[in-house]
Ligand binder design. Structure first.
Ligand SMILES: *Cc1c(COP(=O)(O)O)cnc(C)c1O
Length: 306
């Protein structure tokens, strides 16, 4: 099988006017990673990019990964497998319900073999015994952790800040983005050392206070001086804008997203980017994010389900 020719778009940095932000005199722009590719776009493009290169140099082994039933990571991996002609196996946490939801349906249509993994085993998925069992069943394979969050992904995400100009005319510039595993935020922090007067704020999509701060610290301390010699930009994770938990919604969040989309015509989904912008508007109202500054928000992509 030959790879289809595939082209990826350079993600634009778009200035966007939204009254909640302009009220605080914020210069707001959106880095539209969602425009890179319809199936392999968003932050998942950067998380998979160097992994894909590695998979191709290894001669296209079967790629095994893990995720929940609505995993954007499995979806992107399935698309990558189809585009670059390698086999993918996705272990789905819990039961696989048929008919499949749109994410898993997409995965299967793109050639991913779906396997169930119980919640208990899911927790043990990186244990020696589980990995040994997989090896004996599958032979050689390339393992991507949940969310695709490994060192190659970190290196890929460290490329994202290159899309932002080094200079800013403002006293302070914030980079804001939604977080699931915290890997994309970590990569951005690593890659942003050349950006002037800039700090990063991640917004947790999960109800797990303190968890992502620890995860990001872990990722940052896992990298060697090889690609991080300068001091890192300041960063933090806001834990209070999960709206009830992962993939949960509140009427206020929905109202906010509708208003944002109406005013700006930029589509955002409620699981990640919607919550991030909602949290940002609250932090502005509370004076935690300073007014008269610059905000570069990362549009990490995502899937629109209703
Ligand atoms: C996966 C995903 C995230 C979270 O990325 P992490 O690197 O796991 O923090 C954010 N936004 C969207 C749209 C995603 O699909």
């Amino acid at each position: 099988m030959r790879s289809r020719r595939v082209s990826f778009a350079e993600p634009p940095l778009e200035e966007v006017k939204f009254s909640d932000f302009s009220r605080h005199n914020i210069h707001f722009s959106f880095l539209r990673l969602d425009k890179i590719h319809s199936e392999l776009g968003g932050n998942k493009y950067y998380k998979l990019k160097q992994n894909i290169n590695h998979i191709l140099t290894l001669g296209r082994p079967t790629v095994v990964s893990f995720g929940g039933a609505y995993s954007n990571h499995l979806r992107a991996l399935a698309a990558a497998g189809r585009i670059y002609s390698f086999k993918t196996i996705g272990f789905v946490r819990g039961e696989i319900v048929r008919p499949l939801n749109p994410i898993l349906k997409f995965c299967e249509e793109n050639g991913m073999e779906l396997k169930e993994i119980s919640r208990e085993n899911y927790r043990l998925k990186s244990s020696i015994n589980f990995v040994r069992k997989l090896r004996s069943e599958l032979g050689e394979y390339y393992l991507l952790p949940e969310g695709g969050s490994n060192l190659n992904a970190l290196k890929g995400c460290a490329e994202i800040p290159r899309l932002i100009p080094n200079e800013t005319e403002y006293n302070l510039r914030y980079i804001t983005l939604a977080c699931g595993t915290g890997l994309t935020l970590s990569g951005i922090v690593i890659g942003a050392t050349q950006l002037e007067r800039t700090q990063a704020i991640g917004f947790s999509a999960l109800k797990a206070p303190g968890y992502l701060n620890r995860e990001v610290e872990g990722y940052l301390s896992s990298i060697s001086e090889e690609f991080c010699s300068n001091s890192l930009i300041p960063w933090r994770v806001e834990d209070e804008y999960h709206c009830g938990g992962y993939a949960k919604k509140t009427p206020k969040l929905i109202e906010f997203i509708e208003r944002f989309t109406q005013e700006t015509s930029v589509p955002i989904e409620p699981t990640y980017t919607g919550k991030m912008l909602y949290g940002l508007s609250q932090l502005l109202d509370d004076g935690v994010v300073e007014s008269s500054t610059q905000v570069v928000a990362i549009h990490t992509g995502g899937v629109y389900l209703n």
